[in-house]
Write a protein that binds this ligand. Sequence first.
Ligand SMILES: C[S@@+](CC[C@H](N)C(=O)[O-])C[C@H]1O[C@@H](n2cnc3c(N)ncnc32)[C@H](O)[C@@H]1O
Length: 305
Amino acid sequence: MFSEAIEGLNIAENGVYIDATFGRGGHTQGILDKLGLDGKVIAFDQDLAAIEYGKKHISDKRLSLIHSAFSDTSNEISSQKLTGKISGILLDLGVSSPQLDDANRGFSFNSDGPLDMRMNQNQGISAADWLATAAEEEIANVIYDFGEEKKSRQIANAIKKYQQNQALTTTLQLANIISKVLSSKNKQHKHPATRSFQAIRIFINRELEQLEQILQQSLQLLATDGRLAVISFHSLEDRIVKRFIRQNSKPPEPLKGLPVMAENIAIMPLKNLGKQFATQAEIRQNKRSRSAILRLAQRNLEVQK
Ligand SMILES: C[S@@+](CC[C@H](N)C(=O)[O-])C[C@H]1O[C@@H](n2cnc3c(N)ncnc32)[C@H](O)[C@@H]1O
């Protein structure tokens, strides 16, 4: 999805671009490579390790790195007086490989570490603290709503029973509890804890709320013809992106009986540029990309001043 996303942004030489999910800067570097001397990338990540990595490894005066959640993009861009002047916004959602690979971050069910799961470790509560204080029903609802896990109630019940005897503080403790609940009938090749870990991570980081907020902000931020490119990795995210683009690009049906004339057709804020999937070659190289969907849209109208 790397080149498709960069192509999809249709980089203008002197444009100002937002990479809302800097990670290790792969996409940021891809944008910088296509920009001229007066172009600019403003990159966000709520993970301090990502920002520190960027400061150390990418030295480019056209890049500004901001340690913040992307729901704060609008405030930051407004303070730089760039609202309505952004040529493109890229969102490459979810966790990064370094976050998954570092057992100390608590995202992985394959290696043992503290059950944290916060992308920003300076904010909010860890997954372990939440699981220790949340009611069984709340845990079940989160696992069902954000993981689409059918056995959410049994998993929540097993978590609460486990906590009656000992504290639940590590990733492997949680993965084992979930595996025991799902083991007998689990014929899928995914790890049984995949959906529950995804659900808890989405909840702890308020991922869907954050996504809704930045999509809404993008309408004010983008200049006319500015592009929005969003790569999502699961159906909950993709549904939000699809609905947002549709609502802002599809004109309402004309009233019955009214002649269809140009002045009766509403001009919508976005033009839907469609979706793309990873190629077989990319999926062979990077298994995670098999569930990735890139959606593209273009800002139609100038922001009302
Ligand atoms: C899939 S990685 C992005 C990888 C990046 N495109 C690259 O080329 O290296 C997602 C990154 O977005 C960050 N992130 C996720 N949600 C965020 C949010 N709401 N605000 C800011 N950063 C976020 C994560 O911390 C992670 O570093």
